[in-house]
Design a protein around this ligand. Structure first.
Ligand SMILES: [Zn+2]
Length: 268
């Protein structure tokens, strides 16, 4: 009976083929199919080609499970654009992404599109709890107690997914609370300040941000922001699971970094 149940669950989330072949703005699906790997743009102030990295997040945003090249995806894109006062072309473009990105960034308490008045102070030491080694793949990781509890609740459910359970590094925490002084020192010694974010005001100083293992491309690090690496991450089961479920546990993603999630259950 178990295979039947699994099939039933899969059928519940996968649309029937007809919903992906609905009518859509003429030509939109062909443009989307091409631009997916060819669009030249700079969504985060550096040149990128294509939007494979963001396609899963975009599909979730426009509430479709249809493949990018289908009319169903273009129709869902058009509906989303219409609902957000954009021309309902059904074609994904940088202007549409900018509107989506604004929504995603606004969901992060740490970042507000209108600008942050001041960098928040780090939490008092007694508000931080320490992850157990299996949660952090052996690293010493501290988080605010509420964030760690929410992470544990999420991980328990995530491990019911066979693809996540099969990989012991799945969703382990490789960075949590980082005190501002050591972050600034690391910025200097590494010669890498993430565009001064680490030096001046990282979300990790709040104790609410976690970097989670969501895989990597062969030979690449789990926090490397190379485009091929990020595309491998967002295509993998860990990120896909987080995309579908993390919000239920209060976690939101910084979309440029598939591994970076912030807990929203407590004021900064
Ligand atoms: Zn991070």
């Amino acid at each position: 009976m178990v295979p039947t149940l699994i099939f039933a669950a899969a059928a519940a989330v996968m649309p029937p083929p007809s919903s992906c072949t609905v009518s859509a703005p003429p030509g939109a699906s062909a443009v989307n199919a091409t631009s997916l790997t060819a669009l030249a743009w700079a969504p985060f102030h550096r040149p990128e080609i294509g939007w494979l990295v963001y396609a899963p997040k975009i599909a979730a945003e426009i509430a479709t499970t249809c493949a990018v090249a289908t009319p169903g995806f273009a129709a869902a894109m058009g509906n989303w654009q219409r609902g957000h006062r954009l021309a309902p072309t059904g074609v994904f473009d940088p202007l549409t992404f900018a509107a989506m990105k604004a929504r995603w960034q606004n969901a992060r308490p740490f970042v507000h599109i209108d600008g942050r008045a001041a960098c928040p102070p780090p939490p008092a030491d007694n508000r931080l709890a320490t992850a157990i080694p299996s949660e952090s793949y052996g690293k010493t990781i501290r988080l605010r107690a509420g964030a760690l509890a929410a992470f544990r609740a999420m991980l328990t459910i995530a491990k019911r997914d066979p693809a996540i359970a099969a990989e012991p590094r799945s969703l382990t925490i490789f960075s949590g609370y980082r005190d501002p002084a050591s972050d600034a020192a690391r910025c200097t010694t590494d010669g890498n300040c993430n565009g001064i974010v680490r030096a001046t005001c990282s979300a990790h100083r709040t104790g609410l941000a976690v970097d989670l293992w969501v895989g990597s491309a062969p030979g690449q690090r789990p926090d490397s922001s190379g485009d091929s690496n990020r595309a491998a991450m967002t295509a993998g089961p860990q990120y896909r699971w987080l995309l579908a479920n993390a919000a239920r546990f209060g976690f939101v993603n910084y979309v440029f970094e598939p591994w970076h999630w912030e807990w929203t259950g407590e004021a900064i």
